[in-house]
Design a protein around this ligand. Sequence first.
Ligand code: ADP
Length: 482
Amino acid sequence: MRGINRKKTMTEFIFIWVGLLFIVVLLSSVVMITYIAHHAAEESVSLSLGKELRRYKLYIRTQDSFTDEELNDLIEMENCHIVILDDEGHYIRGIYDEEMETAVSAAVNTSMRVREIESGEQDYYILDRSIKKSDVEKTGGPKDEKNTGKPDINNKHGTDYYIRAIAAVDSIDTMYHELQQKYYMILALLSVIFVLVLLYVYNKVMRPVNEIVEKAKQISESHTYSERMSEDEKFYETEVFTKAYNRLLDHTEKLVDQQEKFNSDISHELRTPVSLILSECDLMQEMYRDEMPQETMKSFDLIKNQCYRMKDMITELLYLSKLDQENVTDRFECIDVLEILESIYEDSELLLQGSRVLEKDFSSVNAEVDLPLIMIAIRNLVTNAVKFSDEGSVIKISDKYDNDNIYISVSDNGRGISKEQQEKIFDCYYQVSGERNNGGFGLGLTLALRIAKIHGGRIDVQSDVGKGSVFTIVLPRAKEEK
Ligand code: ADP
């Protein structure tokens, strides 16, 4: 639409923000679930390993003697190993796999929490508890040089030994890991549901809005005020908007109709008196040519000049009102654009009498046009090029075409039109301020654009202030030619 820059659409806005929110919620949920599951798993492993260690300790305390194998048989938890460490944390008893070496030799920590240690290729949970040295040494005792089978005399203060439970992280398929997987699945399902609901809501809410936007665009571009928006809207907001828009269109249509009627009436009413004044002036000048003083003769010439201006205006107004009333497309004929342009070029050369350098560059291509109308449109562009350029400057009339369109251009290197004015020059009666005396009425381009539109075309303007302008009538190529 003219005057509206490419802005972010509501759809883009909604999807960007909801999308970002969705990603943030999704990521934080994943982080939260992973964190909770990890800690819950640790807690659960802690409890299980703690249970194993308690049973182990009880057995050691209550038995007079035990072998490593007996101790190993006590362990109920799968893939769990328990070792006994001395008061300095060195291994003394228990069966373990080779790759657990690092887990076995890790520093002792009897805090309540289970720890995760990397050993060999795997991660292991380890849990340490203290055990009375006397309980271990009263029977069997340590296997190293301290393993004397007698109570340790150095352990006056009852220094503790330690027992350590070790379990591979991977092998512990705790309920919490399963739960984590389930949470992820629920999250994925919720995400799909969320996206579907979002699309559904978007479709329900944005479809009517998009339809309104499309219709508004169509109405504003078609320059007709007869079309209306459907008021059968589901939402209060869209209904209020469409009703208001339609009321505005009713009002505009009424105003446009009134303006057209006024144009038509005034041109019909003025045509006869203006013609009469002209012919009377001619008659008076003819009849009293010899007796009439020079001053009176000049006054008659002035009256006639103004009458010709009015006549031109009336003709343009009449054409405008006719275009609105008649179905001109019935009169379309297939004509070579080159012939039209040659004829306009010759007329212009005669009129200009060398005051401007007139150039041409014509190609032969057929268009389906109403000849008198299309000639008026092109002539108006040429007249403007002359009006708004200096004597001796170059005016070029040319045409080219592509597969679909024909481009008829009139270029000048006159004073040019600013960007803001380019938006308005096609409006009825618009003239750049201070131009009331240029011999026009601000109707030439309005008429030219209406004619181009009737032919299914448009008019493009390229102009730089002080450098000149190029007005291009774009027409569709004749169907049988393509
Ligand atoms: P007018 O009868 O005043 O020429 P138009 O509708 O033909 O009315 O043009 C409207 C206004 O557009 C003109 O008054 C003028 O300011 C501007 N204009 C049109 N063509 C040109 C041009 N080739 N160069 C500069 N200004 C132009």
